[in-house]
Design a protein around this ligand. Sequence first.
Ligand SMILES: C[S@@+](CC[C@H](N)C(=O)[O-])C[C@H]1O[C@@H](n2cnc3c(N)ncnc32)[C@H](O)[C@@H]1O
Length: 279
Amino acid sequence: MTETTTQQFRSPLKYVGGKGTHVEHLTDTLARGRRDMIAPFTGSGAYEMALLGDGRVAPEEVTLADEDPATCQVLLELQKDPLAFIRRVERDGQRGDRRFRRHKAALDGVYAARRAARPLPLGGLDLAFSKWYVQQYSYDALGRAFAVANAPKLSTVLDRMWAAGHLLRGVTIKCQHFRETLKQPGQVYLDPPYWCCTEYPSPNQLYPVEMTRDEHRELAILLNARPGPWVLSIDDHPAVRQLYEGDPRNSLRRVRVNHNMNGKDTGKRPVVELVIARP
Ligand SMILES: C[S@@+](CC[C@H](N)C(=O)[O-])C[C@H]1O[C@@H](n2cnc3c(N)ncnc32)[C@H](O)[C@@H]1O
């Protein structure tokens, strides 16, 4: 099993399952000499921004996508005007129980509208800020609990925002389903929600936008039919193995990573993920 190491860059958006601190095993799997990257499940963008910062990929050849409109808006606002985001955090970003409940209610309204295919009641920097606030002061991505023990200091967040604004310059950011993103040719890095957390609402749900098992099957069909290079990291579940190990062009290996996956104040704990790659 591969041990993991630490990257320098951290995203300003705290994210369950964020890949910022355990990415060497993935970087080793990417094709040498290629500077393009498509990320259909970007989330906080920690890994992608680390690669941009290292010069491993070129901004104009990078597409970052996610189905969560609030997550995408954070990236878009950081890219468009990081200073405006920073000023908003300086003004309104201090922790507060009432503030948390207000932003959580605003986000719940956004996700309810998305599920009902209605226009979103919030957009732009307001949406991005509510998302950032709930992530910053919660142990999970759903804002189930207001908690601050593991929130990074605001001064640290502001530095990360400034860096992220710089790293995202020239990158294409899209809020869309993975099946749209995968229409684009190129090297793909995929970090979908875990198989074990599908079929929400469930006690295992980690993200406001989860995938169904049918969507996991659809993803496997698209990837198995796709020429490489691509690399996918996911939970090591027999059902996942079944989707990918039948194709001899796919390699599967287990890696150990540190996560806070359970939405409780228990800190990070090691979990094993499966890295599936096609060169
Ligand atoms: C494991 S997280 C990605 C975490 C990310 N690597 C990071 O470091 O922050 C999975 C992401 O998939 C997104 N997602 C869920 N269903 C999706 C879909 N059908 N298409 C695209 N993105 C989806 C979620 O919004 C979530 O951000």
